[in-house]
Design a protein around this ligand. Structure first.
Ligand code: FES
Length: 111
C-alpha cells in the first residue's frame, strides 16, 4: 500500500537544486533538473550519506560523504551499472511537491 506525501513547496525546489526532505519517517532527496522534479530515497546506499545535500550537476548528484554519484532520473550509480538506488514517483499538485511512499519499498520489500 502507498500514498502521496507532501515534501516541499514548488518554490522550495528551484531548478538546479537538491533538497533533503522528510516524508513521514523517511528521508527523501528531491532534485530539480531544468524544471523537472525527481526524487530518490535520501539515504545513500554506501554508508547512509544525505543525498539531498549532495551537489547536483546536470542530472547527476554526488553524495557529500564519499562522492558516489547517481543519475537522479533513474537512480543508476555512475560507476557501477548493476547498482541502482530507489527512485520515488514525484508529482506537483498546486504548489505542493508530493512523493509516492510505498510501504513495501520502505522495507526493501521485505516486510
Ligand atoms: S555515504 Fe554516500 S558515498 Fe559514502
Amino acid at each position: 500500500m502507498g500514498r502521496w506525501v507532501r515534501v516541499a513547496s514548488v518554490g522550495e525546489c528551484p531548478p538546479g537544486t537538491a533538497r533533503e526532505c522528510v516524508a513521514e519517517e523517511r528521508i527523501v532527496a528531491v532534485f530539480n533538473v531544468g524544471g523537472r522534479l525527481h526524487a530518490l530515497d535520501g539515504i545513500c546506499p554506501h554508508q547512509g550519506g544525505p543525498l539531498g545535500r549532495g551537489a547536483l550537476a546536470g542530472h547527476m548528484v554526488t553524495c557529500p560523504w564519499h562522492g558516489w554519484q547517481f543519475d537522479v532520473r533513474t537512480g543508476q550509480h555512475a560507476a557501477s551499472p548493476t547498482r541502482c538506488h530507489l527512485v520515488l514517483p514525484i508529482r506537483v499538485l498546486g504548489d505542493d511537491v508530493l512523493v509516492w511512499l510505498d510501504d513495501d519499498e520502505a522495507t526493501g520489500g521485505r516486510a
